[in-house]
Design a protein around this ligand. Structure first.
Ligand SMILES: [Zn+2]
Length: 379
């Protein structure tokens, strides 16, 4: 990926193929016409659970999907000059979490429960990590990807619930399972008094900075391994880290302390930090997106891109009535993407392509796409 301002889009479903009947080449052309330089795309080698996005295919389209070939899409993008980054939702693979019994536990020893669509995995389960890395190998081998986008590469927690009124002391922190505590004690040479009923509570009160450092190392070492793997297939392959967007001003150090993304440390193994600028989810003004990006730019001195959402999210179910804005207007979207560009950051990642396709093909509204095209032409 070049050093120019980059415009990317997340492709978390294949509805462009089964719903809008685009061919591989016409899909690539559609993206190019929008001004897209890179995609963050799901594929069969990197299985994806449903999240806020429904990636599932309707039963009556399964037959059509049997004819779908990730390689053809990847090649069409390559021929069109668009970079292809596969998305690996690392610690969000519910089948694997269950298979390896790696449900995380909190400081009182209580196992995490699924919240809405989310259940994160314990990051110290070696068998789980090996299996995910094998998936990445397969994807590199079969798709010659330009890099890997690491989603959920962090300690567990549904950060999207962290609204400005959140009390950090009441937030469950993970993972204090026996394996994590044993590895922590060994790595840091710390012994925990035997009579402690809750070793996790003891760690939080007595060895918290060592604990945060340990967790940061766990994530660092996994990414380091992945980096080595992808470089075997493509020397220029990049690692993009899906980054919890907690900048100092709004959320203190919780991205590092609770979610274990020590971005200073990680700048050694990550090429591009993708800061999750979902401002409407966090009830913040659009101007915060670029501020958050700049915080990570200062921390890492690496390329930083910001995600910009194209529609309002987390409005129903457990998320209803939390005071989130009900819509993102074309004007707000336009201001959002331009504010990132004007701040001197390295690019944007639009969330998600399906929303733009729906606007264009179902609502016959191209206002959002036009904003992106304008931005692309102003580069
Ligand atoms: Zn654990």
């Amino acid at each position: 990926m070049t050093n120019d301002f980059k415009i990317g889009v997340k492709i978390y479903s294949s509805d462009w193929f089964w719903k809008y009947n685009l061919s591989y080449q016409s899909a690539a052309n559609e993206l190019k016409d929008m001004g897209i330089n890179y995609v963050i795309a799901q594929n069969k080698y990197l299985p994806m659970n449903n999240s806020a996005v429904d990636s599932e295919i309707p039963v009556n389209k399964l037959k059509l999907m049997q004819t779908y070939d990730d390689r053809c899409f990847r090649d069409a993008l390559c021929d069109t000059g668009i970079d292809y980054l596969g998305v690996c939702n690392f610690f969000f693979d519910i089948d694997l979490i269950n298979k390896h019994n790696s449900i995380p536990v909190n400081s009182k020893g209580t196992p995490a429960e699924k919240i809405d669509w989310y259940l994160g995995g314990c990051p110290t389960c070696d068998e789980y990590v090996d299996e995910k890395i094998n998936q990445i190998k397969e994807a590199m081998e079969n798709l010659d990807m330009d890099g890997i986008f690491l989603g959920f590469m962090r300690y567990p927690g549904f950060w999207e619930l962290w609204l400005p009124e959140t009390d950090a002391s009441k937030w469950d922190e993970y993972c204090f399972c026996n394996r994590c505590i044993t590895k922590f004690k060994k790595a840091k040479g710390i012994s925990i008094p035997k009579q402690e009923a809750y070793p996790g509570e003891w760690i939080k009160s007595n060895a918290y900075s060592e604990w945060v450092d340990f967790k940061g190392d766990v994530i660092f070492n996994i990414i380091k391994r992945i980096r080595k793997v992808i470089k075997q297939y493509n020397q220029n392959a990049k690692i993009i880290l899906n980054t919890v967007p907690f900048n100092n001003e709004h959320f203190l150090q919780y991205g590092k302390e609770i979610f274990a993304q020590d971005t200073k440390k990680l700048s050694e193994v990550v090429d591009i930090f993708e800061v999750m600028g979902y401002h409407q989810i966090l009830k913040l003004p659009y101007s915060w997106i670029a501020q958050a990006g700049q915080y990570f730019k200062e921390q890492t001195n690496k390329q930083v891109i910001c995600t910009v959402q194209a529609k309002a999210l987390y409005l129903d179910g457990i998320h209803a009535n939390k005071g989130r804005a009900q819509e993102i207007t074309p004007k707000e979207f336009n201001l959002s993407i331009n504010s990132v560009k004007n701040s001197g950051l390295d690019g944007i990642a639009l969330f998600i392509w399906a929303d733009f396709l729906k606007q264009k093909f179902e609502k016959h509204d191209t206002s959002f796409i036009d904003s992106i095209k304008q931005l692309a032409h102003s580069k």
